[in-house]
Design a protein around this ligand. Structure first.
Ligand code: OOG
Ligand code: MG
Length: 262
């Protein structure tokens, strides 16, 4: 295949995942159609599908890290840290509502989010990463794999923007707030469905920011001032259903909540 043909192919695969996300329709894994799809291809497809979103007027506002905890890796059977791009259209109002109909099979997970005040990319130490942070907040991510049965291989999930589909942010705290080992309870309708600690995120959520700086620069990007960085789920994700009220309660940081409608 010529370079031109390969590029065209990536663009059509980007259209497939983007349309699946836009219309909340489950699709077969791309690796079923293209068995030799690589992780590099996955990131190329992700970048092209993000470009389609930007073409519809969405704004890139940061990145998400994925599979930064054992619980998450075990839940989806992929054990490599991944990243995806976030846009303003994915933001959900804290304490507000999200419509189940806009998603294929949404799940929610408790995370930590960083707000950047300085650019960051490449190999950095945890201290250098912290020096680039404006604020830290508790957050929940709504993930929604576009693949049937929430099943995928590494190149698939990367192409599908690492399952990103929504997020809700809690109150901002100072960057020097201790976040290395804070208890988290994820509740659905007042019942604890997941219990964990921020330490589950690579031992310390700051390590996820270090990994984000390294990974984005590998793909020609950087973290910019004003960007947010979701550090990855601290527990396994919980499936969402209409009528459900979900809340993540954090030791010292407060809580974040969301209501699921039809
Ligand atoms: C992949 C995305 C993982 C996280 O926080 O670990 C992720 C998935 O679980 O579908 O967002
Ligand atoms: Mg996540």
């Amino acid at each position: 295949m010529s370079t031109m043909e390969i590029k065209r192919d990536m663009a059509s695969l980007a259209a497939v995942v983007d349309e699946a996300a836009r219309t909340a329709t489950a699709i077969p894994q791309l690796t079923e159609r293209v068995p030799d799809l690589t992780v590099e291809d996955g990131y190329a497809i992700q970048a092209l599908s993000l470009a389609r979103r930007l073409g519809r007027g969405e704004r890139r506002i940061g990145v998400k890290m994925g599979l930064t905890s054992r619980a998450k890796m075990a839940q989806v059977g992929v054990d490599e840290v991944i990243w995806g791009r976030l846009t303003d259209a994915m933001r959900l109002e804290e304490g507000g509502a999200m419509s189940r109909a806009n998603y294929v099979h949404p799940r929610i997970e408790p995370e930590i989010v960083f707000l950047m005040k300085k650019p960051l990319s490449g190999e950095v130490s945890p201290l250098e990463a912290l020096a680039a942070v404006e604020a830290i907040a508790p957050a929940m991510e709504v993930i929604d794999s576009r693949y049937q049965n929430f099943k995928f291989a590494l190149p698939d999930v990367v192409a599908d923007n690492s399952s990103s589909s929504g997020f809700v942010l809690g109150n901002w705290h100072k960057p020097d707030t201790a976040i290395d080992n804070l208890g988290i309870i994820l509740e659905a309708d007042g019942r604890a469905v997941q219990v964990g600690s921020t330490a589950a995120i690579l031992g310390h959520p700051l390590r996820s920011l270090v990994a984000a700086a390294r990974l984005v620069s590998r793909w020609g990007e950087r973290l910019n001032p004003g960007d947010i960085v979701l550090a990855g789920g601290a527990t396994a994700a919980h499936a969402l259903a209409p009528g459900m009220h979900v809340r993540a309660v954090y030791q010292n940081l407060g809580a974040v909540s969301l209501n699921v409608t039809e």
